[in-house]
Every structure is written in structure tokens, then in C-alpha cells.
Design a protein around this ligand. Structure first.
Ligand SMILES: Cc1ncc(COP(=O)(O)O)c(C=O)c1O
Length: 423
């Protein structure tokens, strides 16, 4: 297959999405100046809060919705973005650093913020390096978690030849494996179907591991199902995995877990040599467009991954300051989490009323089974200016739709459009 004919397998593929939803540059210079002055004034007055933003939103039909960061009238519930917008502290940090755009970033601001946040034992991060390591712990920044998944896949496929990922899933490591195989490399991305409850089938994952397996990805809470596996079950899986296999725990949605007793895997990654945890600033912190993610692992794991990274020059001077500020903005994290929980309750009730079965979600989206093919439903929703994702195609789930949790108004507009679509 030639590269121009290769299917785009990424979650953010545009091939199955209508162009009109994206809008290359929805912000005119006049709008920008107006908006910029308004947000500067709001910031100065301390009123640039998510409440102010959502108070400006109104209406229950798509035409009336005015989403943060989108042209009016479009309801985009397709990419698991934060409907409240970025952390106000991040916006303020970007404005404060706007004169730094001509400079490459050699600060350690973001590394320091992450090291403090997770209490990593990394005493002297270097501004000249993209990774930070101590005697035991290691930290690596990425251009979103997507770059880190790409690096993990490349490293494991080059060294060992095989990786294992659930189906359906975010799919970045599988995409790398499939594309390399199509290009003639002797590598393989194995898929492990999720269970009917939306969780990874740990028994099957274990069975798929062979001598050539270098990497297994577990996404918890899982995308696109929103299901959550208990900590102990994953730990038990890690205990039984052969030592040549690295287990990556993708925790990009972990802030939305609804079980207060749930423990994440940062501590495990700090203690073990075969576990790496991935986090992002794209979800709860509201910085999807800024492209910052990070990985925490044993120092030696980080060293192994280093040759595949873009390194220091993948760092964006505005993004690192935005991310560092967002990490300290607990108020925005709390509000974002609550908005998602409220939205999930509202959407779950509406979807069940309309006959769909919904997996209890620990993430900022819902996975709904309509018991019949959903491609037509999704296309009709698009025509009503509501963008959600059909389960057909890369997720191999033709009866499903994934709906990202929106603001109250976006959620209401989605339900309005769905009611009319289902008749
Ligand atoms: C499970 C999962 N992992 C990783 C990512 C990548 O996020 P980002 O590259 O924005 O950090 C996403 C994005 O939606 C995701 O759903």
C-alpha cells in the first residue's frame, strides 16, 4: 500500500468527520481584539471564571449554543475536550509570557511543577533536557500524550516487534504498528477485545503476550468506553506479566474517576521498573490545543525511550507555562470535574430514556449502545450541527456512539437533536 492510500487510523482522523465543524480560523482580528480586551478586563477583575463563561452560554438548540473556542452554533462533542475552556490561571500565564515567543524554552518551570505535584525524587531537572531523572524516578514531557504513546510504540516495536492494545481504544500505538507493518516492517500490533462491560479483558491481554511482546497498554478509565478497572486487578496483572514487557497505564482521564477509593498508578510507576504512567494537560486542565503530556516511570525506562523523542525542541514556550499554571489551579480542576459528572448524569438519563444502554462513565464522555447501527444517526446529528463519534470504523462497534461531555447547553442541544433524529 502506498503511503498516500493508507487509511488515517488516528482518533483525530478527519476522514469520518465533516469539515464544517472545525472552522480553520473562526476568530477574526476584530473578534480577537474584542475578546482579548474582554478577557484581559475579566482577568483583571478576577471574573474570568467558568461560571462567567457558562453564564454567557444559553439555549437548548444547536443554533443557540456558543461554545468556548468554537464558532457559534456548533456543538462539538467528539474529542473529549474540556467544555469550560482552559484554566484561567493558564490563560493568564500565556498572556504573561506572550513576549517570550521569540525564545526557545530552557526553563524548568513545568518539570518542577510536575515533580512537586507527584513528589518525584528528581532533585535537579535541567532546562536543557526534555527528560528529568533522579536516582530512581524519571519524567518525560511530550507533545501531548500522543507523542509519548508514539514513542512507546516505536521503541517496543523496534526492540521486540509486538505490542498489545485493547479494541476499541484510543489506538495510537496500534496505528504506529499497523502503519509500520504496511510499510514492510516485521512488527505486529495485537488487539484484545474489551468485555461487554467496557473493561479490558485482562485474561485475554495476558494470553496475547508472547516472547516478542515489548509493550501492553492499559487505559484506565478506558477510552472510548469510560469503564474503570479496580486498581488491585491491574496490579495483579502487572505482577503476572513477564519482565521483558513494559506496562503503560494511560491515565489521561483519571481526574474524572467517580470512585473516591480508587488509587491511580503514579506510586506504582515510582516503585517498579516495568510500569510507565501517562498523563495529559488536554482534559481536566482544558489545554488540548496546547499539546502537553508527560510520563512518569523508572529512570531507566525514560532513558530507553529518549532516542525516539523530539526532545527539547518539542517544547512550546507558551504551553509549558500554561500547563504549569493549570496544574496549580485546583479550583478549575474541581469545577471541570463537577461539570463532567453533572453532564454525565444528565446525558446518561436522557440516553437511557431514549432507549440506549450506557456504560457507567468514569471519564468525560459516554459510550452508548443503541442496539442498531448508528452511522446514519450520527450523520443526521452532524447535519443538525452536533458532532459526536460513531462506533463503526476504527472502534469496530457499529451499534455505539461516543458522546463527549459538554457544557449544560451543549448537552441539552445534543439531546434536542437526538430526540428529533430518533423520531
Ligand atoms: C486514552 C487517550 N490517551 C491519550 C490521548 C492523547 O491526548 P493528548 O495527546 O491530547 O495528550 C487521548 C486523547 O483523547 C486519549 O483519549
Amino acid at each position: 500500500m502506498t503511503s498516500s492510500k493508507r487509511p488515517d487510523r488516528s482518533e483525530h482522523s478527519r476522514q469520518d468527520l465533516p469539515d464544517s465543524f472545525h472552522g480553520d480560523d473562526p476568530v477574526s482580528r476584530r473578534d480577537f481584539l474584542k475578546g482579548g480586551l474582554a478577557s484581559a478586563a475579566a482577568l483583571a477583575a478576577g471574573t474570568h471564571s467558568p461560571e462567567t463563561v457558562s453564564a454567557q452560554l444559553s439555549g437548548r438548540q444547536p443554533a443557540d449554543v456558543n461554545s468556548v473556542g468554537l464558532p457559534p452554533g456548533r456543538v462539538r462533542l467528539a474529542f473529549n475536550e474540556n467544555p469550560l475552556g482552559a484554566s484561567p490561571a493558564a490563560i493568564e500565564a500565556v498572556l504573561r509570557h506572550r513576549d517570550w515567543m521569540n525564545r526557545y524554552d530552557y526553563t524548568t518551570t513545568l518539570q518542577q511543577a510536575i515533580i512537586r505535584h507527584h513528589d518525584l525524587d528528581i532533585p535537579r531537572p535541567s532546562g536543557f533536557d526534555f527528560k528529568a531523572t533522579g536516582d530512581r524516578h524519571g519524567l518525560m514531557l511530550g507533545v501531548g500524550t500522543t507523542e509519548l504513546l508514539q514513542i512507546l510504540a516505536l521503541q517496543a516495536l523496534m526492540k521486540n516487534g509486538e505490542i498489545v492494545e485493547a479494541l476499541p481504544s484510543y489506538g495510537q500505538v496500534t496505528r504506529v504498528g499497523d502503519e509500520l507493518r504496511d510499510a514492510g516492517y516485521e512488527v505486529q500490533a495485537r488487539r484484545s477485545p474489551v468485555l461487554p462491560d467496557g473493561n479490558h479483558d485482562l485474561e485475554d491481554l495476558r494470553n496475547q503476550i508472547g516472547d516478542r511482546t515489548g509493550l501492553v497498554i492499559i487505559c484506565n478509565p478506558h477510552n472510548p468506553t469510560g469503564a474503570l478497572l479496580p486498581h488491585e486487578r491491574i496490579l495483579d496483572f502487572i505482577d503476572r506479566v513477564p519482565p521483558h514487557v513494559l506496562v503503560a497505564i494511560d491515565e489521561v482521564y483519571v481526574h474524572f474517576v467517580r470512585d473516591p477509593a480508587y488509587r491511580d498508578f503514579i506510586q506504582v510507576a515510582k516503585e517498579r521498573e516495568n510500569v510507565i504512567v501517562l498523563r495529559t494537560f488536554s482534559k481536566v486542565y482544558g489545554l488540548g490545543g496546547m499539546r502537553v503530556g508527560y510520563a512518569v516511570a523508572h529512570r531507566d525506562v525514560i532513558y530507553r525511550l529518549a532516542p525516539f523523542s523530539m526532545g527539547l525542541l518539542g517544547r512550546n514556550v507558551l504551553s509549558v507555562h500554561a500547563a504549569a499554571a493549570a496544574m496549580g489551579d485546583e479550583d478549575h480542576v474541581r469545577r471541570s470535574r463537577q461539570a463532567v459528572w453533572d453532564g454525565n448524569d444528565f446525558l446518561t438519563a436522557a440516553l437511557e430514556r431514549l432507549g440506549a444502554r450506557v456504560v457507567p462513565s468514569h471519564a468525560c464522555f459516554l459510550w452508548a449502545d443503541f442496539g442498531r447501527e448508528t452511522q446514519r444517526i450520527v450523520r443526521t446529528l452532524w447535519s443538525r450541527k452536533v458532532m459526536v463519534r460513531a462506533g463503526a470504523g476504527q472502534w469496530a462497534s457499529p451499534n455505539h456512539i461516543r458522546i463527549s461531555t459538554g457544557s449544560r447547553e451543549e448537552n441539552e442541544a445534543f439531546v434536542w437533536a437526538l430526540e428529533r433524529t430518533l423520531g
